[in-house]
Design a binder for this molecule. Structure first.
Ligand code: ZN
Length: 338
């Protein structure tokens, strides 16, 4: 895009490249309890972070995991609630400008952390944000928009609370790149195969193994079969070779009543994958026998059928890539309009 052709808003956005947004300070100094909890959650078991004598031997001081760098300055569960002394400037202001132009979607593309040194307890961390780049307008599979690159540089205060940054020590950096875009238009509505003569692809056949064959054989007879451990009687689904409760390999099957309740659901809207019809609701059904399974929903309306709605199994036979197969699906009881 030439300089002349560039719209005013984009010229204005680009004029912000190189801008530095002020400090975001950590709520608390680097501290051992937070580091220990983070390490537990992340599964970090390196004893250098839990055994002071090892840290002393290796680093001459206690250290915390470098990958926690971002953690110290996080706002917490309340949005934009930053520690005193933090900027109230929005380092994402160019994203807001793009949103106003219809580039409403965002996806994180890169996040690259680099570390200059380990942090130790009692150090006070802050970061500043530089708007490094706004790329040229690009069209990707997601849509048309701009790659925006921000760099967060982390420092330790030489004197806690002193706004003079000259003596502060840089400890690491985070490069954060997002793609801010107008979503690509969804493909035109699925072709009506009967009207156009276009052959829709067939439903992909499920993979069937010795562990799951009983389920599909049952469906072909109009029966919803559930696997049962013969040692401890625990039901399980999806089927598998061993009981997760008692590890027995012995099992038989039980014919479920087909009655259950809607435990949860999703409604697939996009992308539309033929030959399925959309919106495509898929339920997680809790069977009255006590186990759960995922299956398609028909006659379902999210407004009228909240979680907990009673459902009943039905069966339909469809042409799959491996020939005709029968699938269970569920309908709310009573169905819509009944
Ligand atoms: Zn068992």
């Amino acid at each position: 895009m030439s300089e002349e052709a560039m719209p005013d808003w984009l010229r204005q956005a680009r004029s912000l490249i190189g801008k530095r947004y002020g400090r975001v300070r950590a709520w608390d100094p680097v501290n051992v309890p937070m580091a220990r909890q983070w390490a537990e959650i992340m599964g970090v078991t390196n004893p250098v972070y839990s055994d002071a004598s090892r840290a002393q031997a290796l680093h001459g001081r206690a250290v915390v995991p470098p990958a926690m760098l971002q953690v110290w300055c996080m706002e917490g569960p309340v949005m934009n609630h930053y520690a005193p002394g933090s900027t109230d400037e929005n380092p994402y202001e160019v994203l807001k400008m793009m949103e106003a132009q219809g580039y409403g979607s965002v996806v994180a593309v890169n996040s690259e952390l680099s570390f200059d040194r380990y942090l130790s307890p009692d150090e006070q961390v802050y970061y500043v944000t530089d708007l490094q780049d706004i790329g040229p307008e690009k069209t990707t599979a997601l849509g048309t928009g701009f790659f925006v690159t921000l760099i967060m540089t982390y420092y330790v205060e030489a004197t806690v609370g002193d706004p003079d940054e000259s003596q502060d020590e840089r400890v690491g950096q985070l490069l954060f790149r997002v793609f801010k875009f107008k979503p690509a238009a969804p493909p035109s509505k699925s072709v009506d195969s009967a009207a156009s003569g276009v052959q829709l692809p067939k439903v992909p056949a499920p993979g069937i193994s010795d562990d799951t064959r009983f389920f599909w054989d049952g469906a072909s007879r109009g029966q919803l079969m559930v696997q049962r451990c013969t040692s401890c009687q625990t039901l399980r689904h999806p089927p598998g070779p061993a009981c997760p409760q008692c590890h027995s390999l012995e099992w038989d099957t039980l014919e479920a009543s087909g009655k259950g309740t809607l435990y949860s659901y999703v409604v697939m809207h996009y992308p539309e994958v033929p030959p399925f019809s959309y919106p495509n609701p898929i339920g997680l059904i809790e069977l009255e026998e006590g186990t759960r399974l995922i299956a398609g929903l028909k006659g379902f309306d999210a407004q009228q059928h909240p979680i907990g709605t009673p459902v009943l199994v039905q069966f339909e036979t469809v042409e799959t890539t491996q020939g005709p197969m029968t699938f269970p699906y569920f309908t709310p009881t009573p169905p819509v309009g009944a």
